[in-house]
Ligand binder design. Sequence first.
Ligand code: COA
Ligand code: ZN
Length: 304
Amino acid sequence: MTVSVIIREVGLRDGLQAETQFIPTEKKLALARALTEAGVTQIEATSFVSPRAIPQLRDAAELVGLLEQSPGVTYSALVVNERGARDALAAGITELQFVVSCSETHSQKNVRMSVAQSLAEAAVIASLAQENGVTMRTALATAFGCPYEGKIVYDRIYYLIDQLLETGTKRFSLGDTAGLGNPQQVSEICQQVLKRYPNVEFSLHLHDTRGLGLACVLAGVWGGIRVIESSIGGLGGCPFIPRATGNIATEDLVFMLEEMGVRTGLDQQKLLDAALIAEEMVGRELPSRHLALARNLHCNNNEL
Ligand code: COA
Ligand code: ZN
């Protein structure tokens, strides 16, 4: 395939949000630096949410203030309400990542708001983004299925997109928050939304809970998706999804795409270096297959 794909790295936000042991801000900065050195240009760095809900990211303002700015690199922060958006803007963020759930139950568990209340926050945040000249993206969580409510009908997704388009936001992420999607379904939804909304950017945000993450990426890319979200090392999981696991690992994703001739612009060796930093940071083995391979090679070399 002679196309290129943009990788949005979400490890620092989605990947770390469920880590119980607080990771010092300097370590998070070191990971951000390693990611930009590997060529990553879109980094979701943190979230501005209640520190009681997500204690790990309570250093959001400090982190954003310290992020090293490089040409072509965009740092975004997840926000779920007006307060978070105002705090993120005050800290100097230039992209707001809003999230709304397709499922009422997940919405209540995640942000203690109904979907309608969440949409009302989206309108306020979109105005703030416009006033401040920053971009806004919107993630549709649980788009491929909800562990509490089951399948999400297409009309639900279209309804949310239609409502959000009225606020002026034009970048969406289809989120498989609980890793319930399958490649056939991903292919169908991607093709449908791209046909229905030709001037809108859609990205895929996939969790590898059932091992279908990369297969779903392939289905999405074949379906026309050109922005994929992933976590270095396969870090992560939503704290409001039972037994949630991480996103697809960035280094595994980039390997697959590059081997297929899909360009990502990222340096695979440097991504592995970043993954090792991520693994050291959380103090346990991460699910990435390339990290496992690196560990095995290291053991074998020591034995020789
Ligand atoms: N940043 C920091 N603190 C915030 C905040 C924000 N964006 N929004 C609310 N708060 C604080 C309030 O000041 C209040 O603090 P206090 O108890 O010390 O007075 C507390 O959080 C609760 O506020 P309230 O408005 O009653 O909210 P809630 O308890 O109904 O929780 C959210 C709603 C949205 C604040 C909370 O559920 C949340 O932050 N969720 C984020 C979930 C998330 O990040 N999920 C993963 C991403 S998909
Ligand atoms: Zn996620």
